[in-house]
Design a binder for this molecule. Structure first.
Ligand code: GLY
Length: 282
Protein backbone atom coordinates (compact mmCIF):
# COMPACT_ATOMS: atom_id res chain seq x y z
CA UNK A 1 0.00 0.00 0.00
CA UNK A 2 2.65 2.55 1.00
CA UNK A 3 4.55 1.95 -2.25
CA UNK A 4 1.50 2.10 -4.48
CA UNK A 5 0.15 5.20 -2.83
CA UNK A 6 3.46 7.01 -2.36
CA UNK A 7 2.79 9.68 -4.98
CA UNK A 8 -0.93 10.01 -4.35
CA UNK A 9 -2.05 13.63 -4.33
CA UNK A 10 1.24 15.04 -5.65
CA UNK A 11 0.49 17.74 -8.23
CA UNK A 12 2.48 20.42 -9.98
CA UNK A 13 0.04 21.81 -12.56
CA UNK A 14 -3.68 22.52 -12.89
CA UNK A 15 -5.79 23.17 -15.97
CA UNK A 16 -8.68 25.57 -15.40
CA UNK A 17 -11.00 27.48 -17.71
CA UNK A 18 -12.92 30.75 -17.52
CA UNK A 19 -16.68 31.10 -17.03
CA UNK A 20 -18.64 32.41 -20.03
CA UNK A 21 -21.67 34.67 -19.51
CA UNK A 22 -23.70 31.93 -21.22
CA UNK A 23 -23.28 29.75 -18.11
CA UNK A 24 -26.09 31.69 -16.44
CA UNK A 25 -28.82 30.70 -18.87
CA UNK A 26 -27.46 27.84 -20.95
CA UNK A 27 -25.31 25.65 -18.70
CA UNK A 28 -26.92 22.28 -18.05
CA UNK A 29 -28.54 21.80 -14.65
CA UNK A 30 -30.62 19.13 -12.99
CA UNK A 31 -32.89 21.62 -11.24
CA UNK A 32 -33.94 25.06 -12.32
CA UNK A 33 -31.81 27.67 -10.58
CA UNK A 34 -30.79 31.21 -11.38
CA UNK A 35 -27.07 31.83 -11.45
CA UNK A 36 -25.43 35.18 -10.78
CA UNK A 37 -22.64 34.89 -13.33
CA UNK A 38 -20.56 37.71 -11.84
CA UNK A 39 -20.61 35.98 -8.45
CA UNK A 40 -19.76 32.68 -10.14
CA UNK A 41 -16.77 34.35 -11.83
CA UNK A 42 -15.61 35.87 -8.53
CA UNK A 43 -15.97 32.50 -6.82
CA UNK A 44 -14.01 30.82 -9.59
CA UNK A 45 -11.27 33.47 -9.44
CA UNK A 46 -10.90 32.76 -5.71
CA UNK A 47 -10.66 29.00 -6.42
CA UNK A 48 -7.99 29.58 -9.06
CA UNK A 49 -6.09 31.83 -6.68
CA UNK A 50 -6.05 29.10 -4.02
CA UNK A 51 -4.49 26.70 -6.54
CA UNK A 52 -1.92 29.19 -7.78
CA UNK A 53 -1.26 31.63 -4.93
CA UNK A 54 -1.80 29.55 -1.83
CA UNK A 55 -0.72 26.15 -3.12
CA UNK A 56 1.87 27.14 -5.73
CA UNK A 57 0.57 25.05 -8.63
CA UNK A 58 1.45 26.12 -12.16
CA UNK A 59 -1.83 27.10 -13.81
CA UNK A 60 -2.80 26.56 -17.41
CA UNK A 61 -5.80 28.80 -17.96
CA UNK A 62 -8.03 28.19 -20.95
CA UNK A 63 -10.24 31.07 -22.05
CA UNK A 64 -14.00 30.87 -21.58
CA UNK A 65 -15.95 30.03 -24.73
CA UNK A 66 -19.44 31.54 -24.99
CA UNK A 67 -20.49 28.67 -27.27
CA UNK A 68 -19.64 26.18 -24.49
CA UNK A 69 -21.69 27.26 -21.44
CA UNK A 70 -20.37 24.42 -19.22
CA UNK A 71 -16.72 24.80 -20.23
CA UNK A 72 -15.52 25.82 -16.74
CA UNK A 73 -16.12 22.21 -15.65
CA UNK A 74 -12.87 21.00 -17.19
CA UNK A 75 -12.73 17.80 -15.16
CA UNK A 76 -15.28 16.21 -17.46
CA UNK A 77 -13.12 16.64 -20.58
CA UNK A 78 -10.02 14.72 -19.46
CA UNK A 79 -8.86 12.05 -17.03
CA UNK A 80 -5.18 12.37 -16.19
CA UNK A 81 -3.14 9.74 -14.38
CA UNK A 82 0.64 9.76 -14.47
CA UNK A 83 1.76 10.92 -17.90
CA UNK A 84 -1.41 9.79 -19.69
CA UNK A 85 -4.34 12.06 -20.50
CA UNK A 86 -7.54 10.42 -21.66
CA UNK A 87 -9.53 12.96 -23.65
CA UNK A 88 -13.10 11.96 -22.94
CA UNK A 89 -16.29 11.91 -24.97
CA UNK A 90 -18.66 13.80 -22.63
CA UNK A 91 -22.13 12.40 -22.24
CA UNK A 92 -23.92 15.65 -23.04
CA UNK A 93 -23.76 16.51 -26.70
CA UNK A 94 -23.57 20.25 -25.92
CA UNK A 95 -20.29 19.59 -24.08
CA UNK A 96 -18.41 17.51 -26.65
CA UNK A 97 -16.42 20.38 -28.12
CA UNK A 98 -14.96 21.23 -24.71
CA UNK A 99 -12.43 18.49 -25.40
CA UNK A 100 -10.74 20.40 -28.25
CA UNK A 101 -9.06 23.00 -26.02
CA UNK A 102 -8.33 20.31 -23.45
CA UNK A 103 -6.51 18.21 -26.02
CA UNK A 104 -4.48 21.26 -27.05
CA UNK A 105 -3.32 21.97 -23.51
CA UNK A 106 -2.45 18.31 -22.93
CA UNK A 107 -0.34 18.39 -26.11
CA UNK A 108 1.42 21.52 -24.79
CA UNK A 109 2.12 19.60 -21.59
CA UNK A 110 3.54 16.74 -23.66
CA UNK A 111 1.23 14.21 -22.11
CA UNK A 112 0.59 10.83 -23.76
CA UNK A 113 -2.84 11.44 -25.22
CA UNK A 114 -5.52 8.81 -25.64
CA UNK A 115 -8.71 9.98 -27.35
CA UNK A 116 -12.10 8.44 -26.83
CA UNK A 117 -13.21 8.35 -30.43
CA UNK A 118 -15.68 5.44 -30.28
CA UNK A 119 -19.05 7.02 -30.99
CA UNK A 120 -20.85 4.54 -28.75
CA UNK A 121 -18.77 5.57 -25.72
CA UNK A 122 -19.49 8.39 -23.29
CA UNK A 123 -17.57 9.38 -20.19
CA UNK A 124 -17.45 12.48 -17.99
CA UNK A 125 -14.43 12.87 -15.72
CA UNK A 126 -16.85 13.66 -12.89
CA UNK A 127 -17.73 9.98 -12.90
CA UNK A 128 -14.13 8.88 -12.37
CA UNK A 129 -12.77 8.36 -8.85
CA UNK A 130 -9.06 7.51 -8.78
CA UNK A 131 -8.03 6.25 -5.35
CA UNK A 132 -4.31 5.97 -5.99
CA UNK A 133 -4.57 2.21 -6.40
CA UNK A 134 -7.62 1.73 -8.65
CA UNK A 135 -10.35 3.52 -10.54
CA UNK A 136 -14.07 3.51 -9.83
CA UNK A 137 -16.20 4.68 -12.75
CA UNK A 138 -19.80 5.73 -12.19
CA UNK A 139 -22.31 4.53 -14.74
CA UNK A 140 -24.58 7.53 -14.88
CA UNK A 141 -26.66 9.70 -17.17
CA UNK A 142 -23.34 10.80 -18.69
CA UNK A 143 -21.04 7.76 -18.60
CA UNK A 144 -21.63 4.32 -20.09
CA UNK A 145 -19.99 0.90 -19.96
CA UNK A 146 -18.06 1.45 -23.20
CA UNK A 147 -16.62 4.67 -21.78
CA UNK A 148 -15.46 2.73 -18.71
CA UNK A 149 -13.87 0.05 -20.94
CA UNK A 150 -11.90 2.64 -22.89
CA UNK A 151 -10.71 4.18 -19.62
CA UNK A 152 -9.57 0.73 -18.49
CA UNK A 153 -7.60 0.33 -21.75
CA UNK A 154 -5.98 3.73 -21.28
CA UNK A 155 -4.82 3.03 -17.72
CA UNK A 156 -3.86 -0.63 -17.86
CA UNK A 157 -1.77 -0.52 -14.67
CA UNK A 158 -4.90 -0.11 -12.57
CA UNK A 159 -8.04 -2.10 -11.86
CA UNK A 160 -11.23 -0.39 -13.01
CA UNK A 161 -14.63 -1.17 -11.47
CA UNK A 162 -17.98 0.32 -12.39
CA UNK A 163 -20.52 1.65 -9.91
CA UNK A 164 -24.14 2.55 -10.74
CA UNK A 165 -24.93 6.19 -9.99
CA UNK A 166 -28.51 6.00 -8.75
CA UNK A 167 -29.02 9.66 -7.98
CA UNK A 168 -27.33 12.94 -8.83
CA UNK A 169 -25.26 13.83 -11.87
CA UNK A 170 -21.94 12.06 -11.37
CA UNK A 171 -20.21 9.56 -9.07
CA UNK A 172 -18.22 12.42 -7.57
CA UNK A 173 -21.42 14.37 -6.88
CA UNK A 174 -21.35 12.51 -3.54
CA UNK A 175 -17.80 11.25 -2.98
CA UNK A 176 -14.10 11.99 -3.46
CA UNK A 177 -10.74 11.12 -1.94
CA UNK A 178 -9.82 12.87 1.31
CA UNK A 179 -6.34 11.38 1.56
CA UNK A 180 -4.46 8.17 0.70
CA UNK A 181 -6.94 5.36 1.26
CA UNK A 182 -9.61 7.72 2.62
CA UNK A 183 -12.94 8.02 0.79
CA UNK A 184 -15.13 10.99 1.69
CA UNK A 185 -18.75 10.00 1.23
CA UNK A 186 -22.16 11.66 1.60
CA UNK A 187 -24.88 10.34 3.88
CA UNK A 188 -27.71 9.83 1.40
CA UNK A 189 -28.91 6.32 0.67
CA UNK A 190 -27.63 6.35 -2.96
CA UNK A 191 -24.20 7.56 -1.76
CA UNK A 192 -24.00 4.88 0.91
CA UNK A 193 -25.07 2.20 -1.57
CA UNK A 194 -22.36 3.31 -4.00
CA UNK A 195 -19.77 3.15 -1.21
CA UNK A 196 -20.85 -0.36 -0.34
CA UNK A 197 -20.43 -1.43 -3.96
CA UNK A 198 -16.97 0.15 -4.12
CA UNK A 199 -15.99 -1.66 -0.91
CA UNK A 200 -17.26 -4.97 -2.33
CA UNK A 201 -15.41 -4.49 -5.63
CA UNK A 202 -12.08 -3.66 -4.04
CA UNK A 203 -9.51 -5.92 -2.45
CA UNK A 204 -8.40 -2.93 -0.39
CA UNK A 205 -10.05 -1.73 2.80
CA UNK A 206 -10.56 1.99 2.47
CA UNK A 207 -11.13 4.27 5.43
CA UNK A 208 -14.21 6.46 5.11
CA UNK A 209 -15.16 9.91 6.23
CA UNK A 210 -18.95 10.37 6.15
CA UNK A 211 -20.29 13.89 5.84
CA UNK A 212 -23.97 14.82 6.26
CA UNK A 213 -24.26 16.60 2.88
CA UNK A 214 -23.61 14.72 -0.36
CA UNK A 215 -22.27 17.75 -2.21
CA UNK A 216 -19.84 18.48 0.62
CA UNK A 217 -18.28 15.06 0.00
CA UNK A 218 -16.77 16.46 -3.18
CA UNK A 219 -13.46 17.89 -2.03
CA UNK A 220 -9.93 18.08 -3.42
CA UNK A 221 -7.04 16.29 -1.73
CA UNK A 222 -3.41 17.09 -2.47
CA UNK A 223 -0.09 16.19 -0.93
CA UNK A 224 2.28 19.07 -1.62
CA UNK A 225 5.91 19.85 -0.78
CA UNK A 226 6.22 22.03 2.35
CA UNK A 227 2.48 21.75 2.92
CA UNK A 228 1.74 18.07 3.40
CA UNK A 229 -1.87 16.91 3.31
CA UNK A 230 -4.14 19.63 1.91
CA UNK A 231 -7.92 19.47 1.59
CA UNK A 232 -10.04 22.00 -0.29
CA UNK A 233 -13.61 21.61 0.92
CA UNK A 234 -16.95 23.43 1.17
CA UNK A 235 -17.42 26.46 3.39
CA UNK A 236 -19.32 26.64 6.69
CA UNK A 237 -21.81 29.02 4.99
CA UNK A 238 -22.76 26.23 2.59
CA UNK A 239 -22.58 23.10 4.73
CA UNK A 240 -21.83 23.86 8.42
CA UNK A 241 -22.36 20.32 9.69
CA UNK A 242 -20.08 18.80 7.06
CA UNK A 243 -17.36 21.35 7.84
CA UNK A 244 -17.42 20.17 11.47
CA UNK A 245 -16.53 16.69 10.17
CA UNK A 246 -13.62 18.00 8.07
CA UNK A 247 -12.32 19.89 11.09
CA UNK A 248 -11.63 16.54 12.76
CA UNK A 249 -8.87 15.89 10.18
CA UNK A 250 -6.00 17.14 12.30
CA UNK A 251 -3.22 16.21 9.86
CA UNK A 252 -4.65 18.19 6.94
CA UNK A 253 -4.27 21.82 5.97
CA UNK A 254 -7.99 22.62 5.55
CA UNK A 255 -8.94 25.24 2.96
CA UNK A 256 -12.63 26.13 2.68
CA UNK A 257 -13.52 27.22 -0.86
CA UNK A 258 -16.90 28.71 -1.76
CA UNK A 259 -18.85 27.01 -4.53
CA UNK A 260 -22.33 28.46 -4.05
CA UNK A 261 -22.99 29.67 -7.59
CA UNK A 262 -21.30 26.92 -9.61
CA UNK A 263 -23.15 24.23 -7.65
CA UNK A 264 -26.46 25.65 -8.97
CA UNK A 265 -25.42 24.17 -12.31
CA UNK A 266 -24.18 20.96 -10.68
CA UNK A 267 -20.52 21.97 -10.60
CA UNK A 268 -18.62 20.68 -7.57
CA UNK A 269 -15.09 21.58 -6.45
CA UNK A 270 -13.31 18.83 -8.39
CA UNK A 271 -15.19 19.77 -11.59
CA UNK A 272 -13.31 23.02 -12.01
CA UNK A 273 -9.73 21.76 -12.45
CA UNK A 274 -7.68 18.94 -13.91
CA UNK A 275 -4.70 18.28 -11.65
CA UNK A 276 -1.44 16.99 -13.09
CA UNK A 277 1.86 15.83 -11.64
CA UNK A 278 4.49 16.90 -14.13
CA UNK A 279 7.87 17.18 -12.53
CA UNK A 280 9.83 18.46 -15.49
CA UNK A 281 9.35 22.11 -16.43
CA UNK A 282 7.58 22.66 -19.72
N1 GLY B 1 -23.52 21.77 -15.63
C1 GLY B 1 -22.66 20.67 -15.57
C2 GLY B 1 -23.18 19.55 -16.40
O1 GLY B 1 -24.38 19.35 -16.42
O2 GLY B 1 -22.46 18.87 -17.08
Amino acid sequence: MAGLMAGFGHYTHAVVRGIPASLATEALRMQQAEVDVRRAQEEHAAYVEVLRGKLGLELLELPADEALPDCVFVEDAAVVCGDTALITRPGAESRRRETEAMKGVMQDLKMNIVEMTDETATLDGGDVLFTGREFFVGLSKRTNQRGAEILADAFKDYAVSTVPVLDGLHLKSFCSMGGPGLIVIGSSEPAQKALKIMQQMSDHRYDKLTVPDDLAANCIYMNLPNKGHVLLHCTADEFPESVKVFEKLKDHMLIPVSNQEKCKVDGALTCCSVLINKKANI
